[in-house]
Design a protein around this ligand. Structure first.
Ligand code: GSH
Length: 208
């Protein structure tokens, strides 16, 4: 059985769980990371020298880390994932552009915001850094809102890996107690994602 290593409250693990829910791909999830530890153990480090979650472990022992790389791999190698990752080069590149954008630009301010509000003990919270992150994230979400004025999903008429990579972060954006600019297309996209059972089960969960 294919194994997904990682705690279920990790945004990057959530992407894979949602992907499997959308596609029906069978898997077993094993807790690792955070309070579960395990990521510093030699056997885990052999799979992921970064000691982070998630890791995908295939039945033959082959392992892959970096959540967006895992999404690409599953989209390219499983019949179930093919619809989320069209093979036509320009379609595929346009989808991957949003995945890279998430990793290169969105991840940092959203992580600062999330950690400040949820994970960092209250006395240690840096609210100036959180405000700078909120402003940065708002400008990035506005850019996606512009795209969503033309298409219902991040990259076109149907759900793709682009939406899956962005999904955990847009939930946090709307769930955190922060000021948000009015971005109707972004809000509508999020509400559509919330209607999907896999999103509700794996992503729209209490933030911990
Ligand atoms: N770019 C990596 C980031 C991986 C990452 O930072 N994972 C976090 C959880 S979202 C982690 O492992 N944190 C330490 C831990 O859980 O022990 C990916 O997308 O997979």
């Amino acid at each position: 059985m294919r194994i997904i290593w990682g705690r279920a409250n990790s945004s990057n693990v959530m992407k894979l769980l949602w992907f499997c829910a959308e596609t029906g791909l069978p898997y077993e999830r094993r807790d690792a990371g955070g309070a579960f530890g395990r990521t510093q153990e030699p056997a885990y480090k052999a799979m992921n020298p970064m000691s982070l979650v998630p890791v995908l472990e295939e039945p033959d022992g082959w392992a892959l880390w970096e959540s967006n790389s895992i999404l690409r791999y599953l989209g390219a190698t499983t019949a179930e994932g093919a619809g989320l990752y069209p093979a036509a080069p320009r379609r595929r590149a346009a989808i991957e552009r949003w995945m890279d954008w998430q990793l290169a630009h969105l991840s940092q301010p959203m992580t600062t915001l999330f950690f400040t509000h949820v994970r960092i003990p209250e006395p240690e919270r840096d609210w100036d850094a959180a405000e700078a992150a909120r402003q940065k994230a708002a400008s990035l979400w506005a850019l996606l809102d512009h795209q969503l004025q033309a298409t219902p999903f991040a990259e076109g008429e149907a759900l793709t890996l682009a939406d899956i990579a962005l999904g955990p972060f847009i939930h946090r954006w709307f769930a955190l107690p922060i000021e948000r600019p009015d971005l109707p297309a972004l809000r509508q996209w999020y509400e559509h994602l919330c209607e999907r059972p896999g999103y509700a089960t794996h992503i729209r969960i209490p933030m911990t």
